[in-house]
Design a protein around this ligand. Structure first.
Ligand SMILES: Cc1cc2nc3c(=O)[nH]c(=O)nc-3n(C[C@H](O)[C@H](O)[C@H](O)COP(=O)(O)O)c2cc1C
Length: 497
């Protein structure tokens, strides 16, 4: 018999002893866990299925990360599916966005928008630049935004320093505006040189007194900056109507505390309403007050619950005179995004933009205020077809937050409220931010914005109009439960009832 060399035999013996020890350890651990699980009464699954019941939580946790790779189909994830994310990824890398073989979109789903193509499309050489729209005809410094597609509010705090930097530089390259969100104006918003919309949230971060009322001197200092083109008063956002901004304590770093006027490490819970604004009259008073300080266009952001309040607002404006009107209204969709919000508000409060936008457009027209008040919309309008749909439905401008987050490299890990974002966008952990190079990502931000506008133009030409802003309600039909589509006029008639 051939004997193993003594050295190999000794190694094998050690290995066998090591494996036996591991098995013994595993058995001991399993027995201890079995006893612990059986004796506890907090978790029924672990009590009834000791040891193996523990895998349930592990798989539920891991499933969040892995299902987008292995299980979910291209068009089925929420809030955004793989097809949408991949489109933005390719657009932001300027990789070209042609697809092969045919659409994977289910065109029978109710709510699907189908654009009405013209028998004879416009030639590419007939393309016009979209007509510029002026905001704020009664202010000393009106604003004519160069782009109808812009960056929606995300505060420095909810998103990181390199993310804000990349957005501000990218916005400058793409000639679009960047909204500060409710966290105040930071040096990083200004660094890129882009046009800025300064947002006043309910905590008045950056221009607050201790009781969350407006500090006029601080506001004046901010709005005196030439880069700040407009002021948006945030009444509500789609993900949490009736709730103020939430910033977990871990995200309140010394710098963020300084910019916002808060204490380091203390969770920031903004009031759920502006202390100064409890009715329509007070809203118009507050708009006039801010406008008299800023001398720039002032509007508000909200979520629409019904047409009744929009009617009341219009009546009050016409009673006071149109110069008292907000210069713009930003309508956020009920399914809008957030850094952090409670689920019931996120899921079930407010109308989605597809319903809210035609309502506001209609009521403003009815009261002869449509030319006076510009409409800005947000809420999952992140792809060219969604942006073109907004224009058809009556929007003057579309803004997105999460579209630009995808351009920055967001992978929809849904960790914005945990300070552990794996892509460095919504975390202040410097190790995680290290992968987000503001210079590299700023090019992606700009390329995404360009691609959206280019493909909206493509839709416009297919519909037979010269420029994106000429898209109107007759250029889109909406698929119904029956599988047939109807015009927007049939769904939301413009004629006053
Ligand atoms: C990380 C994050 C932070 C946000 N911060 C603000 C904010 O400070 N103020 C605000 O009005 N909206 C905020 N929003 C909401 C967006 O501005 C936008 O209204 C909403 O996400 C809908 O647009 P979207 O679907 O294109 O993302 C935030 C959204 C995200 C994802």
């Amino acid at each position: 018999m051939h004997l193993l060399p003594p050295l190999l035999s000794a190694v094998l013996n050690i290995f066998a002893a090591f494996v036996s020890l591991l098995i013994l350890l595993a058995v001991i651990v399993a027995i201890v866990l079995y006893v612990v699980d059986r004796r506890q009464h907090k978790d029924a699954i672990r009590h009834n299925y000791p040891v193996v019941g523990r895998f349930r939580s592990l798989f539920a946790y891991l499933g969040e990360f892995f299902r987008q790779y292995f299980f979910a189909m291209d068009r089925e994830e929420m809030p955004f599916n793989r097809a949408e994310r991949t489109w933005i990824d390719r657009a932001s890398k300027a990789e070209g966005n042609t697809m092969a073989f045919g659409s994977t979109k289910n065109l029978n789903l109710p709510g699907t928008a189908l654009f009405v193509n013209a028998p004879f499309a416009k030639l590419e050489k007939e393309i016009d630049e979209p007509e510029p729209l002026l905001i704020g005809p009664y202010v000393e410094n009106p604003y004519v935004p160069p782009s109808y597609f812009n960056i929606s509010g995300m505060s420095y705090g909810a998103i990181s320093r390199p993310a804000v930097l990349a957005l501000s530089r990218g916005a400058k390259m793409a000639k679009c505006w960047m909204n500060t969100g409710e966290g105040g104006l930071s040096p990083y918003h200004l660094e890129g040189g882009a046009d800025i919309v300064f947002q006043i949230g309910t905590a008045k971060n950056g221009c607050r007194n201790d009781d969350s009322t407006l500090n006029e001197d601080k506001l004046k200092k901010i709005t005196d900056n030439a880069q700040v083109k407009m002021v948006e008063i945030k009444l509500a956002q789609g993900a949490k109507p009736g709730k103020g901004g939430l910033l977990p304590g871990g995200k309140v770093t010394p710098e963020i505390a300084e910019i916002r006027g808060l204490k380091v490490g203390q969770p920031s819970h903004a009031p759920n309403r502006h202390p100064e604004i409890s009715n329509t009259g007070e809203l118009l008073d507050f708009i006039s007050r801010v406008r008299s300080i800023a001398k720039k266009p002032v509007g508000f952001k909200t979520v629409i619950g019904s047409s009744l309040w929009v009617e009341e607002l219009c009546r009050e404006i016409n009673h006071r005179g149109i110069e008292h009107a907000p210069d713009f209204i930003t309508i956020d969709s009920a399914d809008g995004g957030t850094g952090a919000a409670p689920m019931p508000l996120m899921d079930n409060v407010g109308l989605r933009i597809s319903e809210a936008l035609p309502i506001v457009d209609h009521v403003l027209r009815k009261h002869d205020l449509r030319d006076r008040i510009r409409i800005i919309v947000s809420g999952k309008r992140i792809t060219p077809s969604a942006v073109a749909l907004s224009l058809c439905e009556g929007a003057d401008f579309t803004v997105t937050a999460r579209g630009f987050m995808f351009a920055l490299g967001c992978i929809q890990a849904m960790r914005c409220n945990k300070n552990t974002c794996p892509t460095g966008i919504t975390t202040h952990n410097e190790a995680l931010q290290a992968g987000l190079d503001p210079t590299e990502k700023s090019h992606r931000v700009a390329a995404y914005c360009h691609s959206v506008r280019m493909e909206v133009d493509m839709i416009a030409h297919a519909c037979g109009v010269d420029a994106a802003r000429q898209l109107s309600r007759e250029h889109v039909r909406i698929v119904q439960e029956s599988g047939h589509s109807v015009s927007l006029e049939e769904l939301y008639p413009q004629t006053p009832s």
